[in-house]
Ligand binder design. Structure first.
Ligand SMILES: *Cc1c(COP(=O)(O)O)cnc(C)c1O
Length: 416
């Protein structure tokens, strides 16, 4: 840790909240260099949905490496890429009509968001993009311009333009339907808001506090996008790849986004891989208009194909996520009721948030939890929500151990 303090930039962040040297990991457990076992409810901010060093995926990429198959080939065709697209189309997109095309972007989620914004502006010839309060889409200029957090926005140090923020579902409480407000603004030619190229949203806001949009609200937004000639972009970077109980977070609402953005758990192994799914009729870019050196990294594609083959060929895995999510939610709700203080629980599938209402309670609880052997992050406008993103493959024993540590840490915090 001393080396980090001496040599690593002050901008480092997770190493401050979880001060230990992590040397090994498997499934939902990480080991520190001094021999401590820590249960991981952060899962690489949702990049490790299938757990650390997933056995089946590790076997596939090890074999690929040993065979001297092409690892880096820019975006040239390789068997690994072809197999990924075939597998993703036949297993994951089977239910999606019309067909989507794959656009491989640079390795970060932020780069994929840039690509999505760029494409929507080209398709519509418009500049404005509607994004939502508490949304988070990444750190590059276009992506941060669409993100709500003032701390991150200010850190950019330059004007952030091209977006208009609208209130997310529930922003004013349950009595106000913010989709009605948005419709009124969009259809009023004198509202002062330019018609958008796209409406960009997360169906559950991850960084923003595990805010869950209702099915009806999502439907209204999709209808509105159609009515005003804007594309609907779903940022499924954190909530996709099974996190909410289906592969895509919008399946429960039967949405048909024009663009879907995937990253984080797409490779299934923590290897960087990002892409857009775009509807065929909006595939209008010229060759190389969005390019990048590391697009469609073959090792990550092999990992992604394996994850799909192992987990998504039947419904069993998705049912398991929903079942485990339900158990976890019930236990968290019991904790919330038992300890009062206005605590509440929200989320979908295995993306759950415990709203402590007061930032200091969330901070002290996660700090104590780490001392006792649990990694859980905070989110929300003031970091007042404890965020639970366990691996989707977690066993119930480990899950319950983690929840017990959380509850004990909360009790200890409240005692002070
Ligand atoms: C993490 C995240 C991003 C940004 O991805 P990076 O790989 O960190 O650039 C964008 N949108 C959402 C919803 C995210 O959770």
């Amino acid at each position: 840790m001393k080396t980090c303090e001496r040599l690593e930039s002050a901008v480092r962040s997770y190493s401050r909240n979880f001060p230990a040297i992590f040397s090994r990991a498997r499934g939902s457990v990480m080991l520190t260099e001094d021999g401590r076992k820590v249960i991981d409810f952060l899962s690489g901010a949702g990049a490790l949905n299938y757990g650390h060093n997933n056995h089946a995926i590790k076997a596939a990429i090890t074999e690929y490496l040993i065979s001297d198959a092409v690892v880096h080939g820019l975006d040239m065709a390789t068997p690994a890429k072809l197999e990924f697209m075939e597998t993703f189309s036949s297993v994951i997109l089977r239910k999606q009509r019309p067909q989507y095309r794959f656009q491989f972007t640079g390795p970060t989620g932020a780069n994929a968001i840039e690509a999505a914004l760029k494409l929507s502006r080209k398709v519509t010839g418009r500049q404005n993009v509607i994004s939502f309060t508490n949304g988070y889409h990444g750190m590059s200029l276009g992506a941060i311009a669409a993100s709500g957090n003032r701390y991150y926005r200010a850190a950019s140090g330059c004007p952030l333009s091209g977006t208009t923020f609208m209130p997310y579902d529930g922003y004013f409480g349950p009595a106000v339907d913010t989709a009605d407000y948005l419709r009124k603004i969009m259809l009023d030619s004198s509202s002062g808001i330019d018609l958008p190229a796209a409406i960009l949203l997360e169906t559950v806001q991850g960084e923003g506090g595990i805010n869950v949009a209702r099915k009806e609200w999502l439907w209204s937004i999709q209808e509105l996008a159609k009515d005003v000639g804007a594309l609907l972009i779903v940022d499924d970077i954190q909530m996709g790849c099974g996190r909410t109980g289906d592969f895509f977070s919008f399946e429960f609402a039967s949405l048909s986004p024009d663009i879907v953005v995937l990253s984080k758990s797409l490779s299934g192994y923590g290897l960087p891989l990002s892409m857009l799914l775009i509807k065929e009729e909006i595939d209008v870019q010229q060759p190389g208009e969005h390019t990048g050196t590391f697009r469609g990294n073959n090792l990550a594609l092999v990992a992604a194909t394996t994850a799909i083959n192992v987990y998504w060929r039947s419904n069993t895995f998705a049912q398991g996520i929903r079942h485990t999510g339900e158990l976890m939610r019930r236990r968290l709700e019991t904790i919330a009721i038992t300890h009062g203080n206005g605590f509440s629980v929200r989320g979908r599938g295995l993306a759950l948030g415990f709203d402590c209402k007061i930032a200091e309670i969330a901070a002290a609880t996660t700090r104590k939890a780490f001392e006792r052997g649990l990694i859980a992050e905070r989110c929300g406008p003031d970091d007042e929500v404890v965020k639970f993103l366990p691996a989707l493959t977690i066993d119930l024993d480990t899950l319950n151990q983690g929840l017990t540590i959380f509850e004990e840490s909360l009790i200890e915090t409240l005692r002070r």
